[in-house]
Design a binder for this molecule. Structure first.
Ligand SMILES: NC(=O)c1ccc[n+]([C@@H]2O[C@H](COP(=O)([O-])OP(=O)(O)OC[C@H]3O[C@@H](n4cnc5c(N)ncnc54)[C@H](OP(=O)(O)O)[C@@H]3O)[C@@H](O)[C@H]2O)c1
Length: 297
């Protein structure tokens, strides 16, 4: 089976490239070959690669910048997933797509289930919700995994920013009234592999099986924290690093509004696949160990 991964240089895409290699030949074209902002480029790339499975890990992920680049963000997050799904449907291939906790407005006190009403409060969330709807409408066999607060040992993310700033500054003020679940790119890739394995044998995907259990799932680490709690967990216990101080969202204005609570309920995924998603601190510890000594130095 050939697996086409978009966004292969991103956090999740990179982990997928190594995790999904057990299922077949992974092809991960760079943006100059597969540009999600161009419908022609998407169609040409999919038809050229002829994949049995497309995994769309690319996205316009700059949440604040999206407020002023909404057209581009919509092309990449809103239109491209639908085009990928249409191409998958045409060739009886499957599609795995990722979405976000930011499809919710954050007003609910409890974790969000898949059937909770989506009501994005920023451009990024709005474009990602459009992408989800496009994938569903195209009727290809698909999974959509909504995840949250993604970090990893590479790329641009909160963990690496805190490690860098923690060494440069004496004090770091971090928002303490937005709740979510920091989720490692590694965990997302591993859970994705688990869902594929359930519908895979003899070097092929069982498309009907995929279609039967596919759909929209929440996929995050367990537990919850705030950005302040996440920063504390990253920096506590290290010598000579900044002191982390809690602040309210109102003291850190950003172009994009963020939901106050975007904790997702993973029950559907755990029940369907028998998974037990570990607490966010487990993934963080493993990632810090992977980063190794340079974190401390
Ligand atoms: N990051 C988070 O906190 C977060 C939270 C919730 C959900 N998610 C979702 O999780 C998925 C993976 O996110 P991530 O954090 O791994 O993203 P990421 O690290 O920001 O990587 C995004 C990837 O998308 C590629 N890309 C952007 N525009 C493109 C275009 N026009 N054509 C082709 N490729 C393009 C980038 O390519 P270049 O390398 O060329 O820039 C990069 O490889 C996304 O669907 C995202 O919406 C992320």
């Amino acid at each position: 089976m050939r697996i086409l991964i978009t966004g292969g240089a991103g956090q999740v895409g990179w982990e997928l490239r190594r995790t999904l290699a057990i299922f077949g030949e992974v092809v991960a074209p760079s943006r100059d070959i597969l540009d999600l902002a161009s419908a022609d480029s998407i169609v040409a790339a999919v038809r050229g690669v002829r994949p049995g499975l497309i995994v769309n890990a690319a996205a316009y992920t700059a949440v604040d910048k999206a407020e002023s680049e909404s057209e581009l963000a919509m092309k990449i997050n809103g239109d491209a997933p639908r085009i990928l799904a249409e191409e998958a449907a045409l060739r009886n291939a499957a599609l795995i797509h990722y979405s976000t906790d930011y499809v919710f407005d954050g007003s609910k006190a409890e974790p969000y289930r898949e059937d909770a009403a989506a009501a994005p409060i920023n451009v990024y969330g709005h474009t990602k919700l459009t992408g989800e709807r496009g994938v569903i409408a195209a009727k290809a066999a698909h999974f959509i995994f909504r995840t949250s607060w993604v970090y990893g040992s590479r790329g641009r993310n909160f963990l690496l920013t805190m490690l860098r700033l923690g060494r440069q500054r004496r004090e770091l003020k971090v928002v303490d009234d937005q709740f979510g679940a920091p989720t490692s790119a590694r965990l997302i890739a591993e859970a994705t592999a688990g869902t594929i394995a359930k519908n895979y044998s003899g070097g092929r995907l069982d498309i009907d099986g995929f279609r039967e259990i596919g759909g929209l799932y929440h996929l995050t680490a367990a537990g919850r924290t705030t950005w302040f709690g996440f920063a504390q967990a990253i920096l506590t216990g290290r010598e000579g690093v900044a002191t982390v101080l809690p602040i309210p969202t109102s003291a850190y204005p950003t172009p994009a509004r963020r939901p106050q609570n975007s904790v997702l309920d993973n029950g559907k995924l755990e029940k369907q696949f028998g998974f037990s998603l570990p607490d966010w601190k487990v993934g963080l510890q493993l990632c810090l160990e992977e980063l190794g000594d340079w974190v401390i130095g």
